[in-house]
Design a protein around this ligand. Structure first.
Ligand code: KG4
Ligand code: ZN
Length: 347
């Protein structure tokens, strides 16, 4: 089954074609980073308009790359939520309409299910069951996964998501949007022993997270050090790098502590990490170390499939279409959508 995936939930237009027998046939990504950079974050209205400009040309290019005509596809998968509603509506409407024109089914995909399944695009896909750590700009969740669609949320962030905390702290350090990867690059040169930030909510039982206090702790140190955005001559690159490193270490440690707990609680031996923050090198290294110690395995996608992309949507949609089919003619766009409400697919 060959499925076209369309991702437009936030600031990336991602298009891909996934074949359930041959794997990924083609994929294209257009990032709106430059468009939003002047505003220091995503402007929803501008995001929607840019998706309108980019989605169809990217679909055309992706079909060309795969050497396929639209009518040769078996289905279209589009991200239906969670995300920015205007942005979602662009992909949903285009996807549903093309499917109608080409007389093929369309399927509404949950963005976080796309992230969660992205490691299955790699050579050694994870087997079920596993614990998934979903870490993106909008979500931080630990999920017990027994099959596709059989998800139990073990814990989640009660305030900022991990990626959001990275982005906000990066902004305090004067780094441009999107700050997460920039902060991580800066942390490479940082001294891990100069500053120490708390590991929030690790001193009590439970699997929930809280990252907003960490951002405040970083803000206090940045102010005290006379470093950060707009502090002019007080800026000191080494201090900024040291703060970045301490912040990254705190997030990574906190995530690893909770992953270990989730694995213990479920008894599962496999850990899957997904979402934009799973591209973070130090987090990958830490969770590799954790799983080696526990004699288990960790799985993640290549960096370009950790952040938003069309391939994960094409894959998730193909697996759902294959199992369930779809005669749904409505256009679905849901800014909020619980992962636990999805229907399970029998393994
Ligand atoms: O999954 P994603 O592309 O979009 C959402 O669904 O939100 O995640 C984007 C988030 C941003 O907060 C970004 O700063 C963060 O992932 N991110 C990183 C890294 N790469 C992306 N955070 C830390 N280290 C990275 N290397
Ligand atoms: Zn995402």
């Amino acid at each position: 089954m060959r499925v076209l995936g369309i991702e437009t939930s936030c600031d990336e237009t991602g298009i891909a074609i996934f074949d359930t027998e041959k794997g990924l046939l083609a994929h294209r990504l257009y990032s709106q980073v430059k468009l939003h950079a002047d505003y220091g974050g995503v402007v929803p209205e501008l995001a929607s308009r840019d998706h309108v400009r980019k989605t169809l040309p990217l679909i055309k290019e992706t079909l060309q790359e795969a050497g396929l005509k639209g009518e040769e596809l078996d289905g279209i998968a589009y991200t239906a939520g969670p995300g920015l509603v205007g942005a979602l509506l662009v992909g949903a409407t285009i996807g549903r309409s093309l499917a109608y024109g080409w007389q093929i089914p369309a399927v509404a995909v949950h963005h976080m299910e796309g992230h969660l399944l992205a490691p299955m695009l790699e050579e050694t896909p994870p087997q079920f069951p596993f614990v998934a750590l979903l870490v993106s700009g909008g979500h931080t969740q630990l999920v017990a996964v027994e099959a596709i669609g059989k998800y139990r949320i073990l814990g989640e962030s009660i305030d900022d998501a991990a990626g959001e905390a990275f982005d906000k702290t990066a902004k305090l350090l004067g780094l441009d949007y999107p700050g997460g990867p920039r902060l991580a690059a800066m942390a490479e040169k940082g001294n891990p022993d100069r500053f120490s930030f708390p590991r929030p909510m690790t001193d009590r039982p439970g699997l929930d997270f809280s990252f907003s206090g960490l951002k405040t702790a970083a803000a206090n140190v940045i102010r005290g050090a006379g470093s950060g955005a707009g502090s002019g001559e007080g800026d000191d690159e080494q201090t900024q790098a040291d703060i970045a490193r301490a912040f990254e270490d705190a997030v990574v440690d906190t995530l690893a502590i909770k992953c270990r707990r989730a694995l213990k609680e479920t008894g599962f031996k496999r850990l899957v990490m997904a979402g934009g923050v799973s591209a973070n090198k130090r987090l990958r290294a830490k969770l590799e170390e954790l799983m080696t110690g526990l004699k288990g395995e960790v799985f993640y996608a290549r960096p370009e499939f950790c952040t938003d992309n069309g391939a994960m949507i094409a894959l998730a949609g193909a697996l759902r279409l294959e199992a369930e089919g779809s005669l749904e003619l409505s256009v679905k766009a849901q800014p909020r959508w619980s992962l636990e409400s999805l229907a399970p697919i029998a393994p």
